[in-house]
Write a protein that binds this ligand. Structure first.
Ligand SMILES: [Fe+2]
Length: 605
């Protein structure tokens, strides 16, 4: 109980992960789960898995992999081609991995770009590690006129730590002792295999961030489990830097992203972009709050590929989502700034994660009004961000996101912040196919691995068209050609079968410029519904308070009930609570993490 109380004091306001997670010992095929566990010692200690990333366009493919560092020169070489007996040699670059992230063992990371790819062609490749070629892997390109993508959220390998399994509890210790990573790695593999079985013609995957869990710490076993998924040897993934990825360079060693920019940087890397079929894909690192930099990255991307039919942005934090933990607080911190920038650059779709719930918005664009800019700032000791307070960039004002009961001044500041974030207009559209809309579609993906789930926010925001939380791993399939962009979303049931959780939503483009603007008079600005919205917000807060209180009460009850191991439960509840709020508050933050965070902050200024 004491531990519970102190945890509550340390983290009085943030919401917590729920008791729901994907338990691979239950959902996994028994034989496959046993085989995975038997191999876990090997898998978790193999940091050298190949990671494929889309190249700067569909004719290129980027490779990254670790090799052990020896006295000899590194060999960043990929052998690639259609004739596996006569593969062409592609050479790239090599760099040193920070040894503090690999248990002091010396590794190098290898980057190679392969060029000249044709659609619908089968290739073979090997990579070199210290001059030795790996086994041959087959890789087949798909159609590039109709492009199919898997869109996934927060695999967050290792986030199930603290959850029960087989009478014990999942741990996030290092190496093979990270049984949470074992559980989540298996689940991630299952989701990808299931999605590919249903959709064998997927070109590549878009992951909206939080590939791994241990923020600011060494976590190679989590990357090993992430990259160990069978499908990823021949399936490129365009990853996004989530808050759990952001504070170390290990992300950048593992993912050889195309067209990297100097904008939006944190220790993990910055904004990047690529062209694929008719789409321009722009991936922003919104853990850096400097939106002027993200704006520059978008402009650079648009200038590089001005004729793309579709402009798709991926960000981790959901500026328009519907999860309890983030959507009305830290997730929307950049909403007032990003909304007009996305509008100006004719972005069509924004793919988000972070809130471990599913939501699809109505079509949204800005309200043309002036709004303040907001950001997070580091805590006094510089070890982490102060997630409980937003800061007004212009005035420096500190806004409590979870004002305590009776804190009227704080509540007023929070209300003003909420109101300022009603900075959008809801486009008036009907049905699930829209043509030449002015507004932008914002999607939030639930967790693809099921390592952690959040509650939905009690009152559905007016901008949300559809949302759900069914406590099951899920994925979306995006089909894009020159005229249409369709998104469909599925969840995987415990028995492994798949079911749809939302109707297909399609945006069509006629190429008729006059159709670009819809009838503005029909549309609803957030301001117009301000009164209603304020009521809703009040109701939401009240309901959220209730939920928080209920959660706390549930914790207490659980601890009191569990006579066998009250203190242990409390410890774990505390540990889960602390880390599971999905901010970077896995505060075993090392000095290095603090340095990184400081650097991040510096960049963000
Ligand atoms: Fe996450």
């Amino acid at each position: 109980m004491l531990t519970l109380l102190s945890a509550t004091m340390v983290c009085p306001t943030a919401y917590a992960a729920t008791e729901h997670y994907n338990d691979s010992s239950v959902t996994g095929d028994a034989e496959e789960w046993q085989a995975y566990k038997d191999n876990w010692e090997n898998l978790s200690s193999d940091y050298t898995k190949v990671s494929l990333t889309p190249g700067k366009d569909e004719t290129e493919l980027n490779f990254a992999w670790y090799s052990e560092k020896t006295d000899s020169e590194g060999t960043p070489v990929v052998h690639f081609g259609t004739d596996q007996n006569a593969l062409e040699t592609f050479t790239g670059t090599v760099g040193d991995v920070d040894q503090s992230l690999t248990g002091d063992k010396a590794y190098e990371y290898n980057y190679v770009t392969v060029t000249g790819l044709q659609p619908n062609t089968t290739y073979y490749y090997t990579v070199e590690r210290n001059g030795e070629q790996s086994d041959v892997v087959e890789y087949t390109t798909k159609d590039t006129e109709t492009v199919k993508m898997l869109y996934v959220g927060d695999p967050q390998i290792g986030a199930s730590k603290g959850q029960p399994q087989d009478g014990g509890e999942l741990s996030d210790e290092s190496g093979a002792a990270n049984t949470a990573a074992q559980n989540d790695g298996f689940a991630w593999n299952r989701t990808l295999n299931t999605a590919l079985e249903e959709n064998p013609d997927i070109n590549f995957v878009i992951s909206a961030g939080d590939q791994v869990n241990k923020t600011g710490e060494a976590k190679e076993e989590e990357y090993a489990a992430y990259l160990g998924a069978d499908a990823l040897a021949s399936l490129p993934v365009a990853t996004t830097i989530g808050n759990h990825d952001s504070l170390n360079p290990d992300y950048s060693y593992h993912f050889n992203n195309p067209n990297t920019t100097d904008y939006g940087k944190t220790a993990a890397g910055g904004d990047y972009y690529y062209s694929y079929g008719d789409g321009l894909f722009i991936v922003l690192n919104t853990n850096n709050y400097n939106v002027a930099e993200h704006s520059e990255a978008i402009k650079e991307a648009v200038a590089a590929y001005p004729d793309a039919k579709w402009r798709i942005v991926t960000i981790h934090q959901d500026i328009y989502g519907s999860g309890l933990d983030h959507s009305d607080t830290d997730g929307m911190i950049l909403r007032t700034q990003l909304t007009p920038i996305f509008d100006e650059n004719d972005i069509d779709v924004v793919l988000q994660g972070h809130d471990h719930t599913y939501s699809r918005t109505k079509l949204l664009y800005g309200d043309g009004q002036t709004h303040s800019s907001y950001e997070f700032q580091l805590t006094e000791d510089g070890m982490d961000y102060d997630w409980d307070h937003a800061y007004n960039v212009e005035t420096g004002e500190q806004i409590p996101l979870y004002p305590e009961d009776g804190d009227e001044e704080g509540a007023a500041l929070k209300d003003a912040f909420t109101e300022d974030n009603m900075c959008y207009t809801i486009e008036d559209t009907e049905g699930n196919t829209v043509t030449d809309p002015q507004g932008i579609l914002y999607m939030t993906a639930n967790s693809a691995s099921g390592s952690k789930y959040y509650e939905l926010i009690p009152t559905q925001q007016d901008y949300v068209a559809v949302r759900s939380q069914n406590w099951l791993p899920s994925y979306s399939v995006i089909t894009m050609d020159a005229d249409s962009f369709t998104i469909e979303t599925y969840q995987i049931k415990d028995d492994g079968t798949v079911e749809s959780i939302d109707e297909a939503f399609t945006i069509e483009k006629t190429g008729d410029a006059s159709a670009e603007t819809t009838d503005g008079a029909e549309n609803t600005t957030a301001e117009e519904t301000a009164e209603e919205a304020t009521d809703d917000a009040a109701a939401t807060e009240e309901a959220a308070d209730d939920t928080a209180a209920t959660e706390e009460a549930a914790d207490d009850t659980a601890a009191a009930d569990d006579t066998a191991a009250t203190e242990e439960t409390a410890d774990d509840a505390a540990a889960t609570d602390d880390a599971a709020d999905d901010t970077a508050d896995d505060t075993a933050a090392t000095e290095e993490a603090a340095d990184d965070a400081a650097a991040t902050e510096e960049t963000a200024q």
